[in-house]
Ligand binder design. Structure first.
Ligand code: FES
Length: 293
């Protein structure tokens, strides 16, 4: 069950401006019934070039109805230039927020507004055209659109992008490309955030900590040791003490102490928690040939 704000509920149960304006100055249609939601927005200008009336017809969930309804209220009284600056974040903020998984409804509202403005400016009466290369063929989402939601909402993960524009939410075949776009636009932020996620050691449960330690060993440490004919095994985690055993070449290596501090401990502190320290399992050290494949 989604958590909706009172304002979302209000606009869902009592939607404003439902319908279609005859002889509208701007008409914008986005989405498709096949994709689960669609929106048609129409507006009429007054003699001063301000939006005097706006109406919508939508097919979709509670958030789609609420965002469409609130959008028509927001843009009344705006000039075209002012309306053109409305972002999906503005729409969501006006509603007091939307569940992350429903942010794509606010994007649909912004797209419909853009399409209606484009229709007003160019006079064309056609559906909003896709601009740029299509990255997600499941939902017809272009590279331009993905870049736009990343920039407008400061997104840093593929999951965020899926929540905001649906791209990646079907077969998943476009996720790699979405990741590259995020890296290109948000490179530094992604790098800064990535290690910070597991670093919230205070909030880690013991099970989660053990999982992250194991994952870090498997992905960050083991490949390097194996390349040198060695290996490492996680024996236990007691509080912030991680007990490991070296195997193969590593067990006989004079550099084991160095490897433990400068490789194992450093990686675990980087990817799991700052306060971890590593100890070698003494029993295993006494049995260096107990190598497990
Ligand atoms: S191509 Fe994007 S989810 Fe299938």
């Amino acid at each position: 069950m989604w958590e909706y704000t009172d304002k979302v509920k209000d606009h869902f149960f009592n939607p404003r401006n439902v319908g279609e304006i005859e002889n509208a100055d701007g008409i914008g249609e986005v989405g498709s019934l096949a994709c689960g939601d669609a929106l048609k927005l129409t507006f009429k200008l007054d003699e001063n070039g301000k939006i005097a009336d706006a109406k919508f017809k939508t097919f979709g969930c509670a958030s789609a109805i609420a965002t469409s309804s609130v959008l028509t209220e927001m843009i009344k009284g705006m000039t075209i230039d002012q309306a053109a600056k409305v972002t999906n974040k503005d729409i969501a903020d006006y509603l007091g927020g939307l569940p992350e998984q429903k942010m794509h409804c606010s994007v649909m509202g912004r797209e419909a507004l853009e399409a209606a403005i484009e229709n007003y400016r160019t006079g064309g009466r056609k559906k909003h055209e896709l601009e740029g290369k299509v990255v997600c063929t499941c939902f017809g989402v272009t590279e331009n659109e993905i870049e736009r939601v990343i920039r407008d909402n400061d997104l840093t993960t593929v999951e965020d992008v899926t929540n905001y524009c649906k791209a990646g939410g079907g077969c998943g075949g476009c996720k790699g490309e979405i990741e590259k776009i995020i890296e290109r636009l948000q490179g530094d932020k992604v790098k800064a955030i990535a290690p910070a996620v597991p670093r919230k050691a205070g909030k880690l449960t013991n099970i989660r900590k053990i999982q992250l330690v194991q994952q870090t060993i498997n992905e960050q440490i083991r490949p390097a040791l194996r390349a040198d004919g060695g290996d490492i095994e996680l024996i236990d985690v007691e509080g912030n003490k991680v007990i490991v055993a070296f195997r193969g070449m590593c067990a006989q290596c004079k550099m084991a102490e160095f490897t433990m501090r400068d490789v194992v401990e450093a990686k675990l502190r980087e990817f799991v928690a700052d306060d971890l320290f590593v100890e070698e399992d003494k029993e295993s050290a006494a049995q260096p040939h107990n190598h497990r494949k």
